[in-house]
Design a binder for this molecule. Structure first.
Ligand SMILES: NC(=O)c1ccc[n+]([C@@H]2O[C@H](COP(=O)([O-])OP(=O)(O)OC[C@H]3O[C@@H](n4cnc5c(N)ncnc54)[C@H](OP(=O)(O)O)[C@@H]3O)[C@@H](O)[C@H]2O)c1
Length: 320
């Protein structure tokens, strides 16, 4: 089969499409015929070799895939050959024609969700769900500010928060991104490139501020976020690309808190709850992954460049 292989850390050009042997399923494992693989910013950090976690070389990138179960190992009962599934992480890498995951990483994909959409389920929706509900403890009736809503995690957060009865305000850096944010359920969309957009947030909320902020670029925004919080407000840091200065006094008078998360360290029992909630949302139509670009697997380098560029409008997926 064909797979993207990385033999040394570096930029997108380090990914090469190679012929490798077909995988097989050991006990407790599942082989998925990949129909689409999701591209996440973390894939680029891992490839650079500068992330907290370093894969051992050579490796195949990718944590998210959707496809059909080709075979299952001994003892697997959750899925069967021929099932449509999305992978919540893989053991062998998703940028390939086939991938191996553990039984617990294979989740059913409702028929109304396409494989390309399925490749945008795991990291984006699991992250958004964990940020909003497990870490941020978002409640119906609260005001959620999704700071960076036009990308994959942001749109997932908008759909989840809207379905859970929050008032949702999202940001996008382009008109196309903001249109998408509104279409996917935000009550208001603001431009995070406009000089006065945070003033708009204050006026939209009648001076109350945000009860919960899901933050995609904390190194730019965290200091400003704290001053936007309502009493007992929470910022959940999802993305950050560097250090930032904050004024703790902005938190003290509000009993506010900064929380943070990495999906990579979420405990198994929390992940099980997350994927049950995601399945329900995919099935009942409240969760609808938005595919922004489909790119051939051989062009993985182009996908890695695109995912780091501004102007997000949904998920970038690779098609083997
Ligand atoms: N903690 C975790 O476990 C976890 C899991 C998944 C992702 N992440 C991180 O979360 C971030 C978002 O991931 P993603 O997959 O959604 O990426 P993505 O699809 O590339 O989206 C990036 C988002 O950030 C927005 N953005 C750009 N400049 C901004 C600014 N100044 N203020 C606020 N938002 C801004 C983009 O908006 P425009 O392009 O419209 O400007 C877009 O909405 C990444 O940093 C990623 O590494 C963390």
């Amino acid at each position: 089969m064909k797979a993207i292989r990385v033999h040394e850390f570096g930029g997108p050009e380090k990914m090469r499409l190679e012929e490798v042997s077909n995988p097989s399923a050991s006990p407790g494992q599942v082989v998925i015929q990949v129909k689409a693989a999701g591209v996440n910013p973390v894939d680029t950090y891992l490839l650079a070799g500068t992330y907290a976690f370093k894969p051992s070389l050579p490796y195949t990138p990718g944590m998210d895939a959707a496809g059909v179960v080709e075979s299952v190992g001994q003892g697997v009962t959750r899925v069967r050959e021929g099932d449509r599934v999305y992978a919540g992480g893989t053991l062998s890498g998703a940028y390939a024609e086939k991938t191996v995951c553990s039984e617990l990483q294979a989740h059913p994909l409702p028929t109304k969700i396409s494989f390309s959409q399925g490749a945008g389920v795991n990291v984006p929706y699991a992250t958004a769900y964990r940020a909003l509900f497990q870490i941020g403890q978002a409640l119906a009736g609260e005001i959620a500010f999704v700071h960076g809503a036009s990308g994959a995690v942001g749109l997932a957060a908008v759909q989840l928060a809207r379905a859970a009865g929050l008032v949702v305000i999202g940001t996008g850096g382009t008109a196309k991104g903001r249109e998408l944010v509104l279409r996917e359920g935000a009550h208001h969309a603001l431009d995070h490139r406009a000089p006065d957009y945070l003033e708009h947030l204050r006026s939209i909320t009648g001076g109350h501020g945000a009860d919960i902020i899901v933050e995609m670029l904390a190194n730019v925004n965290l200091g400003k976020d704290l001053a936007l919080l309502a009493p007992r407000g929470r910022v959940v840091v999802v993305g950050s690309r560097g250090p930032v200065e904050i004024n703790p006094r902005d938190m003290m008078g509000r009993d506010a808190s900064i929380r943070a998360m990495s999906l990579l360290v979420a405990p198994a029992e929390d992940l099980a709850g997350i994927h049950s909630a995601i399945y329900a949302g995919l099935e009942n139509g409240t969760l609808r992954p938005v595919v922004g670009q489909e790119i051939p697997l051989a062009d993985a380098a182009r996908a890695h460049k695109a995912v780091m560029e501004p102007g997000a409008h949904g998920k970038i997926v690779l098609i083997p």
